[in-house]
Design a protein around this ligand. Structure first.
Ligand SMILES: [Zn+2]
Length: 266
């Protein structure tokens, strides 16, 4: 499908820094398609001031080929930190994709995951949200804005220091990482504004449809914010789900097993 194929180009072009093929694939979400109960919804463990309702969690192993493994010493989930979710309330992966037919959509949240999706690399996750939804900083850090019309569109970049995680599992020192929030509304992004410090949970922009967010924007069923975690040089992109430690929840609306099944066949 054209939308996801194009979206896969973010990995190299989004902020103008080539990866030279050195992307470190960490805890890549390549779903085990045989899994019987694929997830739709995600929720941060304890989002501050969230209206999320408690739901029975589904283990990460339900959507990953293998349990996330700390190959990358920057992975955050093991270093005792928590991150504010990008939008309030229950988080869900963008579920619907436009098909070749007019007004025809396919329900396939796995295509919004991190990693190799239908033969292309998707360097982040697509969190479902309606246009205009406030996007919030995951942690304290330095906020800048940018524009990449062919990829992220208008985006916010949150730079922050994060503990390094050694192979022995201990956390020490710090390294700089950044979270990219992409496809934001034009008017919510202040290109050229000086860097400023923001606190976790502070609004950094609003969900929009800029850049290569083709396929699903309001008034279509779902807009989304693309979230990437990476080093400042855009190398070593990290699976946001593993990094943030977000838990995955079952869809709360009907059983879309048949649609998931056809989705997995791709
Ligand atoms: Zn995306």
């Amino acid at each position: 499908m054209a939308a996801a194929r194009l979206r896969g180009t973010y990995g190299r072009s989004a902020i103008g820094l080539g990866t030279s093929g050195l992307v470190v694939a960490v805890a890549v979400i390549v779903p085990t398609f045989a899994e019987a109960t694929p997830p739709k919804a995600l929720r941060a463990p304890e989002p501050a001031a969230s209206t999320a309702q408690p739901q029975a969690p589904v283990p990460m192993s339900k959507i990953t080929a293998a349990a996330p493994r700390p190959r990358n010493p920057d992975e955050g989930s093991g270093c005792g930190r928590s991150f504010h979710p990008p939008v309030d309330g229950k988080l869900a992966l963008r579920g619907a994709y436009r098909t070749g037919r007019a007004k025809s959509y396919k329900f396939c949240p796995t295509w919004s995951g991190f990693g190799h999706v239908r033969g292309r690399f998707h360097g982040g996750i697509d969190v479902s949200a309606t246009t205009g939804t406030p996007v919030r900083a995951g942690t304290d850090g330095t906020l800048t804005y940018g524009n990449n019309p062919g990829g992220f569109g208008k985006y916010a970049r949150l730079s922050f220091q994060h503990p390094k995680r050694g192979r022995d599992g201990t956390c020490h020192g710090s390294t700089e990482l950044e979270i990219i929030y992409a496809h934001l509304l034009d008017e919510s992004v202040k290109i050229g504004a000086p860097p400023r410090h923001v606190r976790a949970g502070e609004v950094v922009g609003r969900v929009g449809c800029t850049g290569n967010a083709r396929g699903m924007c309001s008034p279509s069923p779902e807009s989304h914010v693309h979230v990437t975690v990476q080093r400042p040089d855009a190398r070593g992109r990290i699976d946001p789900l593993a990094f943030f430690g977000w838990q995955v929840h079952r869809p709360d609306e009907g059983d879309k097993a048949s649609e998931w099944a056809s989705c997995f066949e791709r």
